[in-house]
Design a protein around this ligand. Sequence first.
Ligand SMILES: [Zn+2]
Length: 375
Amino acid sequence: MTPLLIGSEIYRHSSYGPKHPLAIPRVSTALDLIEALGWLPPAGWIEAPRATPAELARFHAPDYIAALQRAEATQRATPEDQARFHIGAHGNPVYREVFSRPATSAGGCMLAARLTAGGGVVYCPGGGTHHGRPDRASGFCYLNDPVLGLLTWLDAGLDNVLYVDIDAHHGDGVQDAFHDDPRVFTLSVHEEGRWPRTGAVEDRAGGAARNLPVPSGFNDSEMLWVLHGAILPVARRLRPQAIMLQCGADALEEDPLSRLSLSNNAHWGVVRALMGLAPRLLVLGGGGYNPWTVGRCWAGVWAVLNGYDIPERLPPAAEQVLRALRFGRAAGRNPPEHWFTTLRDAPRPGVVRAAVQRVVAAVVRDLDTIAVRER
Ligand SMILES: [Zn+2]
């Protein structure tokens, strides 16, 4: 079945503010690259619908949803909004689309789950806000579109779903949402000791979770070790009806907020390995704070899902997309030429350190205790 692409123009000129890590264009860069490479489906991408407050209430508290709408309408957060809902506080600013942008990500993710009710592959790079809480914003995430997509699958009758998260940060909001629900198994690979500082290797959220905190400098060889030693064994054990992959690009070397050292080959390898392991696959974006890194990685994810060859050197139209980007951080002052002319990074192999081998061994030590649901 041909993969489907869900996008929106809402991301193009949306910014969390000039000094915020999410001042940069990410989804629009990936979509522009996909178009410039001739990879858009004939009918283009599917427009993500904005989720309604009633749809969002499947996971989020109505008074929190109302507060987000009010913040968008007034462009300010009251002291109560800041204290109760963390809107306009803790790195979650009031910005122009503070309700409609996350509601569009949520609507896209829920649509993706509905479109795959009978099977299929959908890519929704605007999704992946894995820190969102039922009643407050957290870690730049106002709503939790992965949770809403997973709930859409459950509401359609699925009862064995695997959520894999390779963002540099722990997928805490998703894990906690399904803490007592054996229908969703969550697996997160993230940088050890980084915010939100949860997701220790012993943390199994009541049984249906595994966590792989990895050390700074985590390289491509180590991700391969994690993939073949933990992610694939868990997936094969579960035999899930559906897999959701959160593909945050902040685990790549050039990201300014994290200290992991992957090349985009690592992310593409995980995408490729998960294809065909379940009848349904939904791939999301996530973190990622270097616009070149995010755009190149996420455009390549779409190539992998479709089996397209990634050219060694980008055609002029794609190069133009990358040359037009501006980035206020140090890395933006003198970007290396290959950020403009290639999609694929040079691989970043290395030693598979003992710390990585230990977390993988701990995760699969008692794989046979993972309850396999009868169908
Ligand atoms: Zn992240």
